[in-house]
Design a binder for this molecule. Structure first.
Ligand code: PLP
Length: 497
C-alpha cells in the first residue's frame, strides 16, 4: 500500500517543512551557480565527450542527495554550457539576463500561475494586462490596443499572420477561417517581407496552410532595408495576376544586420492596398525606449501588430516576448471559447480569461519578470544599457574598418556588426572564416557568430551585453586575426604539401 505523501521528505511547498527544504535546495543550487562565475565562454570539452558523459548519467534507478545531483549535473552538463553572461559571448541575439529578472523567475516558478484563465492566475492576469497596456503605450498604440506575452518572436509573428489571414479570408471570401478553414482561393494568398526577414515568417506561412512559397522576399537596398519600389512593383504585379497579398511584414532589426525597413512607407503602402502590416521588432523593439535612437522606428505605431522580444534586448531570461495588437477587437479572428476555461458568460461578466489571446493554453507568468525588472532598475537605466551597446557597436565598426586584415560588411544601425577576416590569398576565405568561429568557440576565447552574404561566410558580433568593453572587442579582433593568419598558413601548407 502506498504511504501518505507527507511521511516522505518534503517535496512540495504545501507540506510542513516545505519552505525550509525549498530554501536549502535553492541555496545549494545558487552555490553551484557561483562555481560558474569564473567560467570561460565555453569549457573546451569536445562535443563527443559531452555526449558520452551525459548518456552515462541517464540512470534514474536510485536517488541521491541534492548536493550529489548538483555535483554530477554540474560536471556533466552545466559546466559545459555556453556562458551567456561572459562579456565575450557576443554571437546571437541571446542576452545576459538581469539579476532582478532572475530573482523574479524564482517567484514565477514557485507560484506557478497559468495565464489562460483568471481562476488559474488571479492578480497575475491583471498584471499581464496592465503590462501589455504599458507596452502598447510605449509603442505609440493609443486607441484600444491589446496583446499578450508570448514565448518569443516565433509565436508573435505566427499570431500576427494568423489574424491577418483570417481577417482577409473573412472580408474577401466570406469565410470564417477559424471555423471553416481555408477558402478555395487559399493558394492565391501571399505575404511580402524583406529578403532579410526572419525565417519564422516562412515557417508561419507553412503552418498557416499557405506554404513557404506564399512568402515573397523583396530585395533590399544598400542598407539592407526593404526596397520600397520593389515592394510596390511586387504588389501591383500580384494584384494584376489575381493573386491575393494580404500582409506585409516589416522587420525592425533584421537578425544579421539590425536593419530597419522603412516603416512609414510600408504603412502607407499597406493602407493603399488595404492589407495588414505586421512589424517584426523582436530585435529592434528595445530601441523604442531610447529617445536618442527611437526615430528609426517612426511609423511602428501605425502597424496592425507588433512582435517584440524581451529575452533579447530587454535582458530577460528565456522566454519572454509579446504580441501587440493595434485594435483589440481583431483578436476575435482567433478566439475559441472553451467551456472550462473562457466561456462566453465569463466574458459577459467581465472576468478576464486570456486564453483567447494566445496560441498557447497553459502559459507562464513572464510579465512579472519584466515588471519587477523595470521597477528595480527603472526605464532610464535600461535605456542606458541599450544605448551603450549601440555606441559600442559603432566604435567596433570603426575599429574593423580601420584594420586592413578585416573587411566590414555594413555600418551597424543597431548593435550587430558583420565583417570577415581577409587572408592574403582569397582562395579559402570562406573556410578560414568558418574555422575562426569554430576555434574561438571551442578554445573558450569568445563566442561569435557566422552568417552568409550572397554565399560568402562572414563573422558577426551581436553586442547585446552592455558590459562588453572596447578592450574585450579588441581582444576578440586580435584573436580573430591571429587565428585567421594561422589558418591561412596551415591551409596553404596543406595545398603546397
Ligand atoms: C529572434 C527573432 C525572431 C524569433 O524569435 P524567438 O524569440 O526566437 O522565437 C523573429 N524575428 C526576429 C527579427 C528575431 O530577431
Amino acid at each position: 500500500m502506498n504511504q501518505p505523501v507527507d511521511t516522505f521528505d518534503p517535496l512540495f511547498l504545501g507540506q510542513n517543512e516545505g519552505f525550509s527544504q525549498y530554501q536549502t535546495m535553492m541555496n545549494q543550487s545558487i552555490e553551484t551557480l557561483l562555481n560558474h562565475a569564473s567560467r570561460q565562454t565555453y569549457s573546451g570539452k569536445s562535443r563527443h565527450d559531452v555526449h558520452q558523459d551525459i548518456n552515462r548519467s541517464m540512470d534514474f534507478s536510485t536517488n541521491a542527495s541534492w548536493q550529489d545531483v548538483l555535483d554530477e549535473t554540474f560536471n556533466n552538463v552545466l559546466n559545459h554550457t555556453i556562458n551567456v553572461s561572459h562579456p565575450k559571448c557576443v554571437a546571437h541575439l541571446h542576452c545576459p539576463p538581469l539579476i532582478p529578472a532572475l530573482a523574479a523567475e524564482v517567484l514565477i516558478s514557485a507560484l506557478n500561475q497559468s495565464m489562460d484563465s483568471w481562476d488559474q492566475s488571479g492578480a497575475a492576469t491583471n498584471l499581464e494586462v496592465s503590462m501589455i497596456q504599458w507596452l502598447c503605450h510605449q509603442f505609440g498604440y493609443d486607441q484600444q490596443p491589446d496583446g499578450a506575452f508570448t514565448s518569443g518572436g516565433t509565436q508573435s509573428n505566427y499570431t500576427g499572420l494568423l489574424l491577418a489571414r483570417n481577417l482577409y479570408v473573412q472580408s474577401h471570401f466570406g469565410i470564417n477561417g477559424h471555423e471553416e478553414g481555408l477558402p478555395y482561393e487559399a493558394h492565391t494568398l501571399r505575404i511580402l517581407c524583406s529578403e532579410h526577414a526572419h525565417f519564422t515568417i516562412k515557417q508561419a506561412a507553412a503552418q498557416l496552410g499557405l506554404g513557404e512559397n506564399a512568402v515573397i522576399p523583396i530585395p533590399t537596398d544598400d542598407a539592407n532595408r526593404m526596397d520600397i519600389g520593389e515592394a510596390l512593383n511586387t504588389l501591383q504585379y500580384l494584384r494584376q495576376n489575381n493573386l491575393n497579398p494580404f500582409a506585409i511584414v516589416a522587420t525592425a532589426g533584421t537578425t544579421d544586420f539590425g536593419s530597419i525597413d522603412p516603416l512609414q512607407d510600408l504603412h502607407d503602402m499597406a493602407q493603399a492596398y488595404d492589407i495588414w502590416l505586421h512589424v517584426d521588432a523582436a530585435y529592434g523593439g528595445g530601441v523604442m525606449l531610447s529617445d536618442q535612437y527611437n526615430d528609426v522606428l517612426t511609423g511602428i505605431e501605425q502597424a496592425d501588430s507588433i512582435a517584440v522580444d524581451f529575452h533579447k534586448w530587454f535582458y530577460q531570461p528565456i522566454s519572454c516576448g509579446a504580441f501587440l495588437l493595434r485594435d483589440r477587437h481583431l483578436f476575435k479572428y482567433m478566439k475559441h471559447h472553451a467551456e472550462y476555461l473562457n466561456p462566453e458568460e465569463d466574458e459577459l461578466d467581465g472576468i478576464l480569461n486570456l486564453a483567447g489571446k494566445s496560441t498557447q493554453t497553459t502559459r507562464r507568468f513572464d510579465a512579472l519578470k519584466l515588471f519587477m525588472t523595470l521597477k528595480f532598475i527603472g526605464t532610464e537605466k535600461l535605456t542606458d544599457m541599450i544605448e551603450t551597446t549601440i555606441s559600442t557597436a559603432r566604435q567596433t565598426a570603426e575599429l574593423i574598418d580601420n584594420d586592413s586584415n578585416l573587411e566590414l560588411a555594413h555600418f551597424p544601425e543597431l548593435n550587430a556588426v558583420v565583417f570577415r577576416f581577409m587572408p592574403n590569398e582569397m582562395d579559402h576565405i570562406n573556410m578560414i572564416n568558418r574555422q575562426i568561429q569554430q576555434l574561438l568557440l571551442i578554445q573558450g576565447q569568445a563566442v561569435i557568430a557566422k552568417t552568409k552574404i550572397r554565399g560568402d561566410t562572414y563573422l558577426k558580433l551581436t553586442l547585446l551585453n552592455p558590459m562588453t568593453s572596447l578592450s574585450d572587442i579588441q581582444d576578440i579582433l586580435s584573436d580573430i586575426i591571429a587565428e585567421g593568419q594561422a589558418q591561412s598558413i596551415h591551409i596553404n601548407q596543406e595545398v603546397v604539401g
